[in-house]
Design a protein around this ligand. Structure first.
Ligand code: THU
Length: 129
């Protein structure tokens, strides 16, 4: 699958974002090892604190559907600068996805690619338990 297909899926997922409080809509598309694309969007809540980011929605959906190995994630926001995943999402993506390729894009173009290990150096994970 092409990077642009994954970005396209993330843009499509972003349309479902429930961002009534921040109005900051995010879409994510995760590619599993078998090529399946699992999408997510941010879902906000009146408590604010119970909000969940697009990346974690995508990962938890994937895990709940039986996927265990992943290749890449595309993350899309409507911003001029590439928006990287928050710290909580980096942790969850690392624990379930390992050293994923992270593709950052906006509504028009792809803007950056990173390895998750570069975004989360010295991670805590199950190896330490
Ligand atoms: N958000 C994401 O969905 N992903 C990120 O990586 C950063 C932030 C969401 C959470 C909240 O709904 C809104 O963006 C503003 O923080």
């Amino acid at each position: 699958m092409k990077n642009s297909d994954l970005v396209k899926a993330a843009r499509q997922a972003r349309r479902h974002a429930h961002a009534a409080f921040s109005n900051f809509k995010v879409g994510a598309a995760l590619e599993a090892a078998d090529g399946t694309i699992i999408t997510g969007c941010n879902v906000e809540n009146a408590s604010y604190g119970l909000t969940i980011c697009a990346e974690r929605v995508a990962m938890f959906k994937a895990i709940s559907e039986g996927h265990r190995r992943f290749k890449r994630i595309a993350i899309v926001c409507d911003t001029a600068a590439a928006t990287p995943p928050c710290g909580a999402c980096r942790q969850i993506l690392w624990e379930f996805g390992g050293n994923l390729e992270v593709i950052l894009a906006n509504l028009r173009k792809e803007m950056a690619r990173h390895r998750l290990s570069a975004l989360l150096p010295l991670p805590f994970d199950a190896r330490f338990l």
